[in-house]
Ligand binder design. Sequence first.
Ligand code: ATP
Ligand code: MG
Length: 432
Amino acid sequence: MVVSKLLTKKYKASSPRTPKNLKDNQFSPFAIEIIRALKKSNHQAYLVGGCVRDLLVGIKAKDFDISTNATPEEVRKIFKASRIIGKRFRIVHVFRRNELIEVSTFRANESKSKNISEVIKDIDGKILRDNVWGTLEEDCLRRDFSVNALYFDPTKNILRDFHNGLQHIQKKILVSIGDPLVRFEEDPVRSLRAVRFSSKLGFKISNDVKNAIYEKGHLLGNISNARLFDEFCKIFLTKQGLNNFNKLKSFGILKYVITTNNYKNNSFGNKFQHAALVNTDLRSQSSKSVTPGFLLAALLWPKLIEAAKENGSLNLRKFFRNMDKIIREQQQLTAIPRKFHGYIKDIWSLQLKLETRLGHQPYKILNHPRFRAAYDFLLLREQAAEDTQGIGNWWTKFQQINRPKKIEMLQTLKKSRKTPVEKKFGFLEELS
Ligand code: ATP
Ligand code: MG
């Protein structure tokens, strides 16, 4: 059943401003089954958040969240394949094959829970734990922005909108539920979310929210690096990386997600970060795989080069010694899962080997599991540095030809070497 069609139908009657572009979109049938099951057990249940918002805006919904008055334990009992997760927010994951639906219980607003130990705040007002159950109306108040507080009941085709979310979608504006100064204190990550949603949806950010980002952005310094890594991935790997990068920079909060952000316009650092973000956006727009490892390697590369620079050339000892240090510094902001450490360092070290192409090494490099990533990285470096040495082209050709031609290419390369090999590192633009 195309539920969005029904949504359109319903709201054509009551709201002439309902967008017309809902037709091609669909809610997950599994999510609808979950809602039916919850309702059969006499609970309320709605689709909520990103999926309703995105479908109304005309974007394909990515995941489907459900909100209910059933407690996590009650939800758990209804669905065999489910698990209660989380401490800060206890929710239930309900599974079927490779699909996972998050079911969260309505949360109460703060006043109700003031004397209850289930809401715990730190000295800055940040909510550390929040597990007081409430009504639908109360749950609404706990959500961050009006467009994220739309609840849809697909069994009755009813949309509940307590904070003018529909109107704000029409006006393309991101509006906070409640005073954003207070809301961003409770959870500073909402600053990042505001920027992210404005890019994703093409919405303006309301003035009071902008002001709250400036005023409260510094509280991002208290957020756990694990949570910021999750947010980092959503900010930079979901089609709007460059846009988000520029906006976060202008709000002065980029420094809470990446350790390098002060490169002047037109410097190599700036152009390379820019090129890497554009590349990542294009890849995710065309549904190619994107990994935080590659993007982190790229965003941090100018810093590595800077640290390894000595009298206008590259000091190899410093290069290798600084790799771990730079990863460690970034980890203090955003955790970097272990598996990416080796990946990032491989891409970096392969840059040297891709340049020197000593002896039989090029054959080995071609078989290196990270060759493709390192080669893409090299092309981006050349693009940003406007490098004309042609090493990227050399590798493009070397991959495509047969063995005898490869031998020829290596012989030509050997003859063309005038300087001792160890002085052959390019990085000219990057080091200037
Ligand atoms: P997307 O999944 O595209 O990032 P989303 O709006 O679905 O967007 P989620 O993080 O999946 O974002 O959260 C689902 C819903 O939960 C949100 O729409 C919002 O209503 C609520 N929510 C999530 N995080 C917060 C938060 N930090 N503060 C208040 N409400 C939140
Ligand atoms: Mg979501």
